[in-house]
Design a protein. Structure first.
Length: 319
């Protein structure tokens, strides 16, 4: 099954209103489409309402500021997906400030609006990442469940601050949970550029290739959100954090070998870690070290992954 034809996902038995930040991003666009398909109302907080309105063919209310929402606007669920791209320019002090502002700053503004809203949402689903756990060196077999500790490095501290900002909405009586995303696989996002060298027959292990790659198919991301919204509506307990990762992790080398096999390409060209560190600096840890993050909480609650293995996911996305 291709992610361009995501099967119907059921979020709630009653029609709900969902406020989404990051609605025009890779995950956000698919989330909006799935919510609309299920009959719900969507409000998108976006820097460019005109562009977003055109993107969603006028089916979504697009606002540039939270102040555009009146006291009588009743939002049932807030889903916070906004955040500047983590990989890219080196993490200079200025770049770190940008990353914090786009995540922590925006989340604080969102929580402030929630605190003052006349009709408070029942649930805030806020983005985070498996970077919360810091780095896990190659060959470390320890599975990282949601109670694993963070580390005193930037990407972990950024996730901690992001989650702490979201968590203050609990003071307003709102249920808050943070979604720690692994690499989300789909026809957009990280996968297409990763596949360029593989398609050219130049794929191979990166920096040794033994680092764990925590990943999840985009459809399972949406289904995981639906699971949490349904749980909230049914007054079932919701944990403070969930690893949004597939149950069967893989190493970077095995991921590349699987993609090469599906694409009928060789997988012979290793990339040493040194030039990657030279190019990316501190953020090289994201690709050269990994996290064996496991979805203990989702599985404990009986969530069934549609794409549990990397072979399942890549067969769907690359064919």
């Amino acid at each position: 099954m291709s992610d361009t034809s995501t099967s119907a996902i059921h979020f709630s038995d009653k029609r709900i209103t969902v406020l989404i930040t990051g609605a025009t991003g890779f995950i956000g666009k698919k989330l909006v489409a799935a919510l609309l398909k299920d009959g719900h109302q969507v409000i998108a907080l976006t820097r460019d309402p005109a562009k977003a309105n055109a993107m969603f063919a006028g089916q979504v209310r697009c606002v540039q500021e939270l102040d555009a929402l009146s006291d009588t606007d009743a939002v049932d669920v807030v889903i916070n997906l906004a955040g500047a791209r983590i990989l890219g320019a080196r993490w200079s002090d200025r770049r770190k400030q940008t990353l914090r502002a786009s995540r922590v700053g925006l989340t604080k503004n969102l929580v402030s609006w929630i605190a003052n809203a006349q009709h408070k949402p029942a649930l805030l689903l806020s983005g985070s990442a498996v970077g919360y756990y810091g780095i896990q060196h190659q060959d470390d077999p320890t599975p990282l469940a949601e109670d694993a500790p963070p580390q005193p490095i930037f990407m972990s501290q950024l996730c901690q601050e992001w989650e702490q900002a979201a968590g203050t909405a609990r003071q307003a009586g709102v249920t808050v949970t943070c979604m720690r995303f692994g690499m989300v696989l789909g026809h957009e996002g990280a996968l297409p550029p990763m596949m360029i060298p593989v398609r050219l027959g130049l794929g191979g292990p990166l920096g040794g290739g033994r680092q764990m790659l925590a990943w999840i198919h985009v459809e399972d991301v949406l289904r995981g959100m639906a699971h949490l919204i349904q749980a909230s509506a049914q007054d079932r307990p919701i944990a403070a954090a969930y690893n949004f990762t597939a149950p069967h992790g893989t190493t970077q080398a095995e991921f590349t070998r699987t993609a090469a096999r599906i694409l009928h390409r060789p997988c012979l060209f290793p990339t040493p870690g040194f030039p990657v560190r030279l190019l990316l600096g501190e953020q090289a840890d994201i690709v050269l070290e990994g996290q064996r993050a496991v979805p203990v909480q989702l599985q404990k609650e009986g969530f069934q992954f549609r794409y549990p293995t990397v072979d399942d996911a890549l067969q769907a996305l690359l064919r």
